[in-house]
Design a protein around this ligand. Structure first.
Ligand SMILES: [Zn+2]
Length: 188
């Protein structure tokens, strides 16, 4: 078999990457990190080292995923700073969802590696899944592909506002629920 060298692709990947550590072309989490304001990417919050986005194929409505901005396969590859940000962010996701949709419970966790059920084994992501009594078979059976995008768009808009309120409130006095990038962390 012939090996095809594609240095231009390397340049592309390097150039498009959020920062060192790399982005993977074709990785939807890296794509979301590049274009967090594109509605198609379903990003609801951006912090210094992570993004929070809706799962396009949710287990339940409001199913969130927290992913590092860098294409990391495991939390063990994260820097201390990155690692320190993850858990508080997971708790904030839980709070936001609790306020937004009042679930009866939550599943929180990470599937690491294909054997553990990871859909994207090279870019780890932390799931925050709101649960309701009796929801178990509901989404898989009833939720058609067509109804999901509409629901996702509404949910995206709502959650972005909630996260913006939270981040804005932490940074300034909080105001009109600032739109846009939602990370009230100031530049730099
Ligand atoms: Zn990635």
């Amino acid at each position: 078999m012939e090996t095809l060298f594609t240095p231009w692709r390397y340049e592309y990947i390097k150039g498009k990457g959020p920062e060192a550590g790399g982005a993977e072309e074709g990785c939807f989490l890296c794509a979301a990190a590049r274009e967090p304001d594109d509605p198609e990417r379903l990003v609801v919050h951006l912090s210094a080292h992570h993004l929070v986005m809706l799962n396009r194929h949710p287990y339940t409505n409001g199913h969130l995923m927290i992913a590092p901005l860098r294409h990391l396969g495991s939390p063990c590859e994260a820097t201390r700073e990155e690692a320190a940000e993850l858990w508080p962010l997971a708790l904030e996701c839980q709070r936001v969802l609790a306020a937004d949709c009042e679930p009866d419970g939550f599943n929180l966790g990470i599937n690491l590696g294909t054997a553990a059920g990871a859909g994207v084994p090279d870019h780890f992501h932390f799931h925050v899944v709101p649960r309701w009594g009796g929801d178990t078979n509901f989404m898989g059976v009833v939720a058609g592909v067509r109804m999901v995008p509409q629901a996702l768009d509404d949910t995206r808009r709502r959650l972005r506002e909630r996260f913006a309120d939270w981040a804005g409130g932490a940074a300034a006095g909080g105001g009109e629920g600032a739109a846009g990038r939602g990370s009230g962390r100031g530049e730099g």
